[in-house]
Design a protein around this ligand. Structure first.
Ligand code: ATP
Ligand code: MG
Ligand code: MG
Length: 412
């Protein structure tokens, strides 16, 4: 167990490699939602204290962390919060990275580095960065506001294309499928209606349409010395652009699994700082892999690691940001599946539907329900999940179908 004494804030070199923080170090997390909650629970098991900065009255993470009320977009709140912790990390990328950079310049240990968070939170800058290092990507282009720019993008990428918001995107909310040239204008309007003129001119980019066969994801961990390790490949199933279910290991040939891990490894080796990253990928008809996007934090497609891997993505993130040795990423079961519990209705009706699912999971061996303790249930909101482990992937999928009350042959 690391025993180095904590160093005073002022003399702590920012993001230094080789630094090992003691178990008594305080970890600050920007955001206290379900990812912060599962992170705090993993940290608590290791005896590590966690503080979360979150504006909601009672953040989900507050079950295992001290909540400091405040917004992770507010510079003053972040700088004040930074004074109370030994290392600062995030559970969401839509944070004020300029404030994090200021904190880092003042000697606060931020992991991963603010520069990494700044690149990744801008989906266009993220793609430009990855392209420079030869990471395979869908074709992409910036979209200007003049019609000349739109014509150029249309000619280069063809239709349909995916118009995307550069900032603040989640659950597909910043995306618009542009079917034809005539549709382009409506897409730009839909994605920029709440932006000011500057944001309008800077806010969008477009990607060529990817006719993927499957969507995959790989969790990746990076330590302070830049060592990178990957988790097994999962296949993700989205419903209305929100992750609904996943399977692990992804039912794809071993060489495609290896390729997916290789692409994810390459991508994360090109960013600085320590932590866990979620890498979303497309698997193409010809066996090729393209990277869709990266999240610089634990990820929904990595919840399965809590029960199905030697080291969960949350424990791994604790280890990474504290400079501890990274843990084994192997599966401890033959296969697993995960179901997201999304609010289907508002208020008590929504909670009842979710309870019914959890009640069906309780008697199934190897089914692990998780409840996030959010204030209020709303349609489409992630309120919990269930991981099901099995002796094989087929066994896990059969048990998941029992939980869902679905006939085995039905597609997700
Ligand atoms: P998240 O909640 O994962 O952060 P997001 O809002 O950032 O999602 P993306 O991951 O960019 O959105 O896209 C959401 C979904 O849209 C993808 O999972 C995929 O199903 C589809 N998609 C994205 N880009 C393309 C593309 N270029 N071609 C075809 N489909 C795409
Ligand atoms: Mg995203
Ligand atoms: Mg995504």
């Amino acid at each position: 167990r690391p025993t180095t004494a904590p160093r005073a804030l002022a003399e702590k070199p920012t993001g230094e490699a080789g630094v090992t923080l003691p178990r008594t170090a305080k970890v600050g997390v920007l955001g206290g939602g379900q990812l912060g909650r599962m992170f705090a629970l993993a940290a608590a098991r290791l005896g590590v204290e966690v503080l979360v900065l979150d504006p909601t009255p009672v953040a989900p993470a507050a079950v295992a962390a001290k909540q400091v009320p405040g917004s992770f977009r507010d510079a003053d709140a972040i700088l004040e919060f930074a004074k109370q912790v030994d290392v600062l990390t995030v559970e969401i990328e839509h944070i004020n990275t300029d404030a994090l950079q200021l904190a880092a310049d003042a000697g606060v240990d931020v992991q991963p580095l603010p520069s990494t968070l700044k690149i990744i939170q801008d989906k266009f800058a993220q793609k430009e960065h990855l392209e420079r290092f030869g990471v395979p990507l869908p074709p992409f282009m910036k979209v200007g506001l003049d019609s000349g720019s739109r014509q150029e993008v249309g000619r280069a990428l063809g239709f349909p294309m995916m118009l995307k918001s550069r900032y603040l995107a989640y659950d597909g909310k910043g995306n618009y499928v542009v079917e034809t040239e005539e549709d382009f204008e409506a897409g730009v309007r839909a994605l920029t209606e709440n932006l000011d003129e500057h944001q309008k001119a800077e806010g969008l980019y477009a990607e060529g349409w990817v006719p993927f066969v499957k969507e995959l994801a790989v969790m990746v961990a990076r330590d302070r010395d830049g060592n990178v390790i990957t988790y097994p490949v999962v296949e993700t199933h989205h419903k209305d652009s929100i992750l609904a279910e996943l399977e692990c290991p992804a039912p794809i040939p071993p060489e495609v699994q290896a390729r997916a891990r290789e692409v994810a490894h390459l991508a994360i080796s090109k960013f600085e700082g320590a932590g866990v990253f979620g890498v979303e990928l497309f698997f193409l008809q010809d066996g090729g892999i393209l990277l869709n996007e990266i999240a610089p934090r634990p990820h929904n497609s990595g919840h399965y690691t809590i029960e199905a891997c030697v080291t969960s993505q949350y424990e791994q993130h604790v280890r990474a940001v504290l400079g501890w040795p990274l843990g084994d990423t192997s599966l401890t079961c033959g296969g697993c599946s995960m179901i997201n519990i999304l609010g289907e209705a508002s208020g008590e009706d929504g909670a009842e539907i979710a309870d019914a699912l959890i009640n069906r999971a309780l008697p199934v061996p190897g089914a692990y329900p998780h409840w996030y303790g959010k204030e209020g249930v709303k349609p489409g909101r992630k309120i919990g999940h269930i991981t099901v482990t099995g002796s094989s992937l087929a066994d896990a999928v059969a048990k998941k179908d029992r939980v869902l009350g679905r006939m085995a042959a039905e597609e997700p």
